[in-house]
Design a protein around this ligand. Structure first.
Ligand code: UDP
Length: 242
């Protein structure tokens, strides 16, 4: 297939691995994601993945329940490593060589994050999964995805979600909500559109990294996005509704 992007960062939320479950990981969903990633790797695309941890633990919820916020965030970061290892296992069962690199050292189960080494893995056709978030509390895995995309020189950041793009208002409560085909970073920030947190958007803006927001549950969407098909919403262009 004719690919548009050569090196991508795919951001998967923890909830994306959960499917219809209330908590944890749905093996069938993980297998589907692994199969889609295997397809794009086979077409020569270099793929790095940042996975969240919201299906297991969110620091902000722990803090709301009275925990120390930084401690709760570290627990959240560790949760992302479990998801990373699960994805690695699924990818390797689909024949894709994969390395997990963590921002919090856990050398018995994963490599430490080393930027140049990550790039080398990508060049060799290995998928690199960045676990452990950024290694810093008070951040998110969305921001981690933007940071790693900048560090490894990714062409694009794919934000795979449960909705088919970014709307000007909530489509669940407003039947006239309009979906954006493209959108500026500034508009996302000033209108406080829930694409990614503002730190992540700012990092992408400063480093000219386009973000494509799309629905992960539609089979083949990752491949479509890689081929440059217009799906979901592209952040990084002008404002245009569909
Ligand atoms: N987290 C953090 N620093 C980071 C990335 C993540 O402290 O750089 C913590 C934070 O507590 C967050 C949790 O890890 O709630 C899980 O990540 P996130 O909420 O981004 O996961 P997602 O919503 O994508 O599933």
């Amino acid at each position: 297939m004719g690919v548009t992007y050569r090196r991508i960062v795919l951001k998967l939320s923890g909830e994306a691995l959960m499917g219809d479950l209330q908590y944890g990981i749905d093996p069938e969903i993980v297998q589907n994601i692994a199969q889609e990633v295997a397809n794009i790797v086979a077409s020569g695309v270099q793929v790095a993945i940042v996975v969240g941890g919201g299906n297991i633990f969110r620091g902000i919820k722990g803090a709301a329940a009275g925990m120390d916020r930084a401690t709760a965030d570290y627990i959240g970061m560790i949760a992302t490593v479990m998801n990373s290892m699960t994805l690695q296992d699924a990818l390797e069962r689909n024949g894709v060589p994969t390395r997990v690199q963590t921002a919090i050292a856990m050398q018995e189960v994963a490599e430490p994050y080393i930027r140049r080494r990550a790039i080398r893995h990508l060049e060799k056709g290995r998928v690199v999964i960045f676990g452990g978030g950024s290694g810093n509390p008070f951040f998110t895995t969305d921001t981690t995805a933007a940071l790693r995309a900048a560090e490894i020189g990714a062409d694009v950041l794919f934000k795979a979600t449960k909705v088919d793009g970014v709307y000007d208002s909530d489509p669940r409560s407003n039947p006239n909500a309009r979906r954006y085909n493209t959108l500026t970073y500034g508009h996302v920030l000033t209108q406080d559109l829930r694409v990614m947190d503002s730190t992540a958007i700012s990092l992408c803006k400063d480093n000219n990294i386009p973000i494509i927001v799309f629905d992960l549950s539609v089979p083949g969407n990752i491949s479509r996005a890689v081929m440059g098909e217009q799906i979901g919403t592209l952040v990084g262009g002008s404002c245009e509704v569909s």
